[in-house]
Design a protein around this ligand. Structure first.
Ligand code: ATP
Ligand code: MG
Length: 555
């Protein structure tokens, strides 16, 4: 796959910028679960390492002890592995380098390029100026090196309260780049860190740590999202002042997906506000949510390939992601019949004690997948929506007096509609079948306009089915009043159907296995709530294919 990032790498290889080496990294902050946006970055970084016979590190950017948890780091490792990437022995943590980073800070102080500032957060803001007006120097800017060294050591020793001091780079308060106006390098945080415990009372800022971690790991190409383009002058300044080599930073556009949000901070709000059942709720755009929903690693990697890598931001239609799994499962998923909203059908001319097994194709796209046998008997279920007592013009499915085909079975004709006397609700249909049409074709060549799926009532297995809608009603959930994305949540994005009936062959279906339920879409056995007695199926996506197409192929 070609993209502008690879073009830059090709050029660097030609000019021998880093010798023949290509070494990338994927640097998540362990403050939440990975989402599909991270998959784009993973595919890019690990994909490049693989194609150039280079290496890719997994590095946790764990510089903020407050929002980070070991559990997040574990989930991230599991997700990276699941997506099919291998960091070998190169699992690193920014916290591994805290001692080194501290030493680098001391070097800057000794060069009079960093100072301990006592301005509070508000004051720092005031001194900073604006995009159009220069900032003012901090009154602490001209401290001696000796004093700065002493104060910084005491910050480290925990002598000062949080927020009372920072170590700042001494750059230029009038720089047109706001980021260069003496940015903070270290802050006091009296919090235990999930790896270093209580050892540190000061923690490096992301910008200081990140470029140095890349340098320490000898990363050649530091690939990041566009918002970091602004920070590049600061990275260059830090690396220059320390006299060390510069990895090539390359910025690309982050993935935005319609009808969802891709930000760990926002996804955390959905989890904490109980708008979803957890990070792995099948509606979440997290890798764990997509996995539970039924997405395969291949489908996500193919999606990332398809959307490519560009330099300008855009919103990718979520349908592109859905198509990717649909295409894969169309080829691979075994077919099955499942009735989501059952309507009882009695075949009045079929003997009460008779039953037979009919042959059904497992996957019309792949003859190798063979056939299976599905039981047929006098009492069946079909979908409620496949019958209309008073059918409108374009409704070709079952109606009083009308004949349709039951998939792999027989033609049936509706003779009678039985209703609940009190409510008027249809409780069952009485139909007759034509024994001559076994397998679904009439020897006299007569046609029907619809083919319905069905299950045998006596044999079917009861199941729960969960149908999902987009998590948000708006294409861009940020849009609208006050920009609170949560006001744009879809009111009922989960619909649970508790008394579905599926063909008996699905008994014991392995959690995580995927099927196409004919006419209803692609489904995955839920890995959390499913049991052998009562399977639970998540709908991954609906079918784009209409039944009409399958009909055409049959002829
Ligand atoms: P979030 O806002 O979701 O927390 P982040 O950028 O803060 O995202 P990190 O853990 O820092 O999350 O991200 C690790 C890597 O994944 C970074 O290199 C980042 O650029 C990349 N990344 C994060 N979100 C996206 C996205 N939507 N598209 C592409 N890459 C992304
Ligand atoms: Mg981040």
């Amino acid at each position: 796959m070609e993209n502008f990032v690879r073009d830059i790498i090709d050029k660097d290889l030609e000019t021998d910028k880093y010798g023949k080496k290509v070494h990338t990294r994927f640097p998540p902050e362990p403050n939440g679960y990975l989402h599909i946006g991270h998959a784009k970055s993973l595919c890019l970084n690990f994909g490049i390492a693989k194609d150039y016979k280079g290496l890719c590190n997994l590095r946790f950017d764990d510089t903020n002890p407050i929002t980070e948890e070991a559990a997040y780091a574990e989930s991230i490792k599991a997700d990276v592995r699941w997506l099919g990437f291998d960091w070998g022995k190169r699992l690193f943590y920014a916290s591994d380098y805290f001692d080194k980073l501290y030493e680098y800070a001391l070097v800057l102080i000794k060069k009079d390029k960093a100072y301990v500032c006592e301005l509070g957060q508000d004051e720092v803001g005031k001194y900073r100026g604006t995009v159009t007006t220069p900032g003012k120097n901090s009154p602490y800017r001209e401290r001696s090196v000796k004093e700065n060294l002493d104060l910084f050591r005491r910050m480290k020793a925990g002598e000062f309260p949080e927020g009372s001091r920072t170590l700042r780079a001494k750059i230029d308060m009038a720089s047109p780049h706001m980021i260069m106006r003496d940015p903070p390098l270290y802050r006091i945080r009296k919090a235990a860190h999930h790896r270093t415990g209580d050892k540190w009372r000061i923690y490096p800022m992301y910008d200081f740590a990140h470029c140095l971690c890349d340098f320490i790991e000898k990363i050649t190409h530091s690939i990041c999202t566009l918002e970091f383009e602004n920070n590049r002058p600061l990275y260059d300044w830090i690396l220059n002042e320390l006299g060390v080599y510069h990895p090539q930073q390359i910025e690309f556009a982050r993935l935005n997906l319609s009808y969802t949000v891709l930000s760990k901070r926002k996804l955390l709000q959905l989890v904490e506000g109980k708008h979803v059942s957890g990070w792995d709720d099948p509606r979440m755009p997290t890798l764990s949510g997509l996995r539970r929903r039924g997405y395969t690693p291949e489908s996500i990697r193919n999606f990332c390939d398809r959307i490519g890598v560009a330099k300008s931001n855009s919103i990718i239609d979520i349908a592109v992601l859905e198509n990717s799994i649909r295409e894969e499962l169309n080829k691979k998923a075994p077919r099955a019949m499942a009735v989501l909203r059952p309507l009882k059908v009695v075949i009045t001319n079929y003997p009460e004690d008779k039953e037979e097994e009919l042959e059904a194709v497992n996957n019309p796209e792949d003859p190798q997948m063979g056939t299976r046998r599905v039981p047929f008997s006098r009492i069946l279920y079909i979908e409620q929506e496949d019958f209309r007592e008073d059918p409108p013009g374009k409704f070709f499915r079952l109606a009083p007096g009308r004949e349709v085909r039951l998939r792999y079975a027989y033609f049936i004709k509706c003779a009678d509609v039985v209703k609940d006397k009190k409510t008027g609700r249809i409780t069952e249909l009485h139909c007759t079948y034509d024994p001559e049409t076994k397998g679904g074709n009439a020897p006299d060549g007569r046609k029907v306009k619809a083919t319905l799926h069905w299950v045998s009532a006596r044999h079917a297995l009861e199941a729960e089915v969960r149908l999902y809608d987009h998590l948000f009603i708006k294409r861009d959930p940020e849009e609208g009043e006050g920009g609170d994305f949560k006001s744009n949540l879809t009111p009922a994005s989960l619909e649970t159907l508790k008394s579905c009936r599926v063909e008996p062959g699905l008994k014991g279906a392995r959690p995580g296995s995927r099927y196409q339920f004919e006419r209803n879409g692609y489904f995955c056995v839920d890995t959390v709530d499913s049991s052998a007695e009562k399977p639970v199926f998540n709908r991954i996506v609906g079918l784009r294919d209409t039944w009409a197409k399958i009909e055409q192929r049959k002829r």
